[in-house]
Structure formats: structure tokens, C-alpha cells
Design a protein around this ligand. Sequence first.
Ligand code: SR1
Length: 348
Amino acid sequence: MKIFTRLALSAAAIVFAVSSPAHAEGLPGAPAPFDKGGVKLALISYISAGDFFQAYQAGAEAQAKALGIDLRVFPGRQNAAEQREQILQAVNLGVQGIVVDHGLPESLGDVVQQALDKGVKVVAFDVNLNNPKIPQIEQSDHELARQALEQAVKDNGASFNAGYVYVAGFAPLDRRNEVWEKFKSDNKGVVEKARFGNVSDTTATSTADQAKAALTANPDISVVFAPYDEFARGVKLAANDLGISSKLKIYSADVSTADIQEITEEGSPWVATVATNPAVVGAVSVRAAALQIAGQEVPHSVIVKPTLLTQEALRSAKVKTIEDLAQKVPAFNSSDVVTAPWIPAKLF
Ligand code: SR1
């Protein structure tokens, strides 16, 4: 059950959701403070819109519930000032831990330090907070981009004209970009003809508008590297509107049930994605925070490895949903990264 509460902080109104814990009175056999219950944790996101972020939040909520954690979810509206305020607000609420999900490091460093100084444990997903006390969680973005680009070469050879979708300043996209730059310098036959991208609460449709212009101006583009599912949806939308879907191949990141539908539908140019189950990553993030709160060891770098999913493989395995995927690929069901015997593992 979710209760929505409105709080006023300074001039800003901050809305957060509370996930009711399954073991409010404590988790038998768990270390303190989980044995007594009442542990409060905040999930503070920079972006909440889109399938990836919704599934990430759902996974965090499921793991929190199983651990008896009272999880406060602060919505992300791509607003750095608001995210800063939310961190201060969470500290004032008396949370023992904070999961910071994406964001701009330059606007978070001082408020995160204030949280640490008050004894609050902090973990970061996909935002480089550059602090030895803060475990960094990621999906191995280098490997993710490498696998997508290897598939592009397998399908198209090492010479093609490419479109590239990128927005700087987001840690996962910056890491994927490092691989793209290296890939181009190792494969001189790959020519980046156009670069575009937008991250907002309407990423797919705004990217579609930009993609339309880029693909119209560069009709010789045959491959688009779009390493975020909202980017891939935008490019697919543009290709469809321009009637060029059969001449284009899109390589992407991330997966959701809606993405699987878009990838596997007849004539789709979206031919591969490399992904984790974002719900599993959300659960891993909460576990990392819980272990820290319990005073247990968490590695500084926590990696959830992604899997290559081609259109061909999804079609032939008749995968239609994330649940189908979880049945066929164990990594989409759960992860044994940062866990302990006292942490309930069966979530989905
Ligand atoms: C705007 S950053 C988008 C990426 O964040 C997560 O790492 C997802 O994989 C997504 O591609």
C-alpha cells in the first residue's frame, strides 16, 4: 500500500511515496537494526519517467519491503536543485540510508557530505559521487556498449555510416560514450554522420524529432547506436515516420516489456539491446544500503552485468515480457551481487 504525503520544504513542495514494509516489527535473524524493524531509507532519483526508472523503483520497493524497510521514494523530475533539497529533506526525516539514483555530481557533493557527516549511509547508482565512503553501482556500461557494438559489426561489417544518440553528463551515457569513441578510432570505416539526443520527461518523442532531421539530412546512415531505450524508441519512431525502417538498424541498451514488443514486432529496425533487469538493479541498490546500515562490508564498485538480447533470439525464444525473460535468463530474475544470508532474495 502506498500513502502519498505532501511536505513543504523552503518554497518547494516535495512529494514522496512510502512503501509499507512486510516486516515492520523486525526481520528474524537479521543484524541490528533490521532485527527490530523501523529502518528508514530514501530513494532519491533524478529521473523517474520511463520504463527503466519505473522498474528500477519497483525493484527497490520490493527489496525494501522484504527487508522490513520503510522506503521513502522521492520522484525525479530532472531538477538538480530539487534533488539537492530532497537529500536534505531525507536527512531531516531521520533516514538511516539514502540511495541516490542518477543526478549531477557537481550539485550533490556537498549535500551528500552533510548526510554522511550525520551518520547516514549513502549508495549511488549511475552518478559518480567520488567518495570512498559511497559504494557506486552500475551495469558495467563499458561492457554493455562493447556488446552492442560487437553485434553491430557482426550484422553490418566494420564499415558503415552511423547516427549516434548521446547526451553528456549522465554517468552511464558518458561511460558508453568512451566505448563508442574507442570503437570509432579502432574502426576507421565507421563514420559518425550525425549526433543528437535529449533527456527530459519526453525523451523518446523529443529524440524522434531530432532523429527525423538527422536521418533526413543523412540518408546514407544505416546504423544508429542509441544506448538508452528511450533513445531507441525515438529513432524507431522517426524511421517509421520517414518510411526507412527496412534500411536502418538500431543498437541499444535497456529492456522492458514494452521494449520487447517494439524489438520483436514485424519489420522493427531495433535489432539488438544489451540490458539488465532494472528491477534487479533497484533491489541490489537497496541491499547495498541495507548492508551498510547493518555495518557490513560493501565493495566500492558494485556491478550488475548486462546481457545481449538480439531481435532474432527474442523472436525465436518467443519472449514477450520481462517475466518471460526472467524465466529464460537467470540474470533477469535475480542477482547474487551484494547480498547476505539474512537478506530475503526471492522478490519477483
Ligand atoms: C539518462 S541515463 C539513462 C540510462 O540510465 C540507466 O543506466 C539506464 O541503463 C539508461 O540507459
